[in-house]
Ligand binder design. Structure first.
Ligand SMILES: *[C@@H]1O[C@H](CO)[C@@H](O)[C@H](O)[C@H]1NC(C)=O
Ligand SMILES: *[C@@H]1O[C@H](CO)[C@@H](O)[C@H](O)[C@H]1NC(C)=O
Ligand SMILES: *[C@@H]1O[C@H](CO)[C@@H](O)[C@H](O)[C@H]1NC(C)=O
Ligand SMILES: *[C@@H]1O[C@H](CO)[C@@H](O)[C@H](O)[C@H]1NC(C)=O
Ligand SMILES: [Zn+2]
Length: 473
């Protein structure tokens, strides 16, 4: 990490720029920070704290920071952190390797893949088209022209995961304590309730199989890809919306960035202002350079698991005390954009979100391993993960619960904006699915396990019932 002072003087010598600067610090700055700096916080990425302060603010705050680096950002572009997915032995993250991959991909595939805007961007070498803002161990930040966002994921090797830096400031301090206390209290009073078991035990793996196969195009839906910019994504969004509406929810599209297929947000009627959110991402990512992206595991499994919960809500005529939203995000593969913008919207509304659970990749089981439920090793509110683990022991004892290095799904957007969140995943330990971010991510293959998706659905459904409160008619 470069010392702050020389970089600061360099920056000041260069003169003020219109775009904010990117300030990255390895540790949370002390309280008593200049207000301008706490208002310029954009969250934590790979263990680094990120600020986008104005030059005036940097000048006023430099004395408060002991280490860090400052680089100018590029006007009208977005800042993206490129993380390493939780895959064992994943290639080390270096700017040279990243840009070499992008260049190789662009040379081979661009003419067939892209619209004019993105073609123009990648006519230049990647190192010029996407400026490198900062590189250190596990923290690589690049600046991406908006026209390049649609294809960023397709040009990255599968083990590189782009995560957009939150598009507006987020709270500097952690998820507020009252949220953690509330969930700890729910866990403390948790006991087996036959009425919850009766509801969640009707989750049906065959329904999930039918829905996954429709989303992948293995059943005749006509879907080739659900990449956020494809027609397939829009077809899937419309299908999801109509399906969940039929279960008694009010569904809406939530558009956020031009070109991206919208989020689908489905909320069950309630007079409460307290929200509980269960989500998956319906967009998908295929192999480098291929237009086929079936995404059966990533994240057809999470999407179909939310659909199974919706079906269960209707089958048992459930009404919730709190406001329950089933959310289907897009733009996950390009950097969690769909969830970022909705979490931003909720924060601007001062919404109360008592729990958000993201389901991403639930199906793959290494042959011979037991059924599993993986909770995040790093990005989550611990009290949220403990609750889910305890619920799992009560309603899905067949699952072996543990922790996973799988990194970076939509729950991170909620954590960034100060909401309590966690993720459910298919495995304890590393990502093991050989078809991860691959055009061969189909449902009909060895290791793809519908029973594991159904078991995890029992857990998330029971958690939502417990936290939201419910009645059956
Ligand atoms: C904790 O949960 C119990 C049981 O649900 C409830 O009666 C009590 O009011 C809760 N306490 C707090 C401090 O929220
Ligand atoms: C749900 O409600 C519908 C209509 O009110 C009724 O026909 C059905 O039997 C109910 N189902 C259950 C499981 O109570
Ligand atoms: C949200 O809370 C802030 C700070 O308390 C307040 O200034 C703002 O008006 C509130 N916004 C809404 C939409 O209620
Ligand atoms: C259950 O919750 C408690 C906190 O109340 C936590 O310490 C424990 O680890 C949880 N169980 C599991 C299996 O995570
Ligand atoms: Zn995913």
């Amino acid at each position: 990490m470069a010392p702050l002072a020389p970089l600061l003087s360099l920056l000041l010598a260069l003169g003020a720029s219109a775009a904010p600067s990117l300030l990255i610090t390895p540790s949370a700055p002390a309280r008593g920070l200049a207000p301008c700096l706490s208002g310029a916080y954009h969250g934590q990425y790979g263990g680094q704290h990120v600020f986008l302060p104005s030059d005036d603010c940097i000048g006023a705050s430099a004395g408060l920071l002991s280490a860090g680096s400052i680089v100018p950002t590029v006007a009208d572009e977005v800042v993206v952190w490129v993380g390493r997915a939780g895959v064992q032995g994943a290639e080390k993250l270096t700017p040279d390797a990243l840009f070499a991959h992008i260049d190789a991909g662009a040379r081979r595939f661009l003419p067939s893949l892209l619209d004019d805007g993105a073609q123009k961007v990648f006519a230049a070498p990647a190192g010029a088209a996407l400026s490198l803002l900062h590189a250190s161990e596990d923290a690589l930040f690049i600046s991406v022209p908006r026209a390049a966002l649609p294809v960023l994921d397709t040009l990255l090797p599968p083990t590189y995961v782009p995560v957009g830096v939150a598009p507006s400031p987020v709270p500097l301090w952690d998820v507020p304590e009252h949220y953690a206390k509330h969930l700890a209290n729910v866990t403390h009073h948790l006991r087996f309730r036959p009425e919850i078991a009766a509801v969640v035990n009707t989750i049906d793996a065959d329904d999930i199989r039918r829905d996954v196969r429709w989303l992948t195009g293995e059943a005749p839906s006509g879907i080739v890809s659900r990449h956020s910019f494809t027609e397939g994504a829009r077809v899937a969004a419309k299908w999801i919306k109509e399906k969940v509406e039929a279960t008694g929810a009010d569904c809406e599209y939530f558009p956020y960035l031009e070109g991206f297929s919208p989020d689908v947000l489905c909320t069950y009627p309630s007079d409460s202002t307290e929200r509980v959110i269960l989500s998956g991402h319906y967009d998908s990512r295929g192999s480098f350079g291929s237009t086929r992206a079936p995404g059966a595991d990533d994240d057809g499994s999470g999407t179909s698991h939310v659909l199974a919960v919706a079906a269960g809500i209707a089958a048992h005529n459930i009404t919730f005390d709190k406001r329950v939203t089933l959310a289907f995000f897009s733009g996950e593969e390009q950097g969690l954009w769909g969830s970022h913008y909705w979490a931003k919207h909720l924060a601007a509304e001062n919404a109360t979100v008592v729990l958000q659970i993201q389901a991403d990749m639930l199906a793959y089981r290494v042959p011979g391993e037991p059924l599993q439920l993986g909770l995040p090793a790093t990005i989550e509110l611990p009290e949220a993960g403990w609750l889910v683990a305890n619920v799992s022991a009560l309603y899905a004892p067949e699952l072996v619960v543990g922790r996973t290095e799988a990194c970076c799904s939509d729950h991170q957007s909620f954590i960034s904006y100060g909401f309590p969140a966690t993720q459910v995943f298919e495995r304890n330990g590393w990502i093991a699915d050989p078809m991860y971010h691959n055009s061969g991510d189909l449902a009909d293959r060895e290791g793809y396990d519908f029973d594991q998706i159904a078991s995890i659905a029992k857990v998330t459904f029971a958690t939502v019932l417990e936290v939201a409160g419910f009645k059956t008619k």
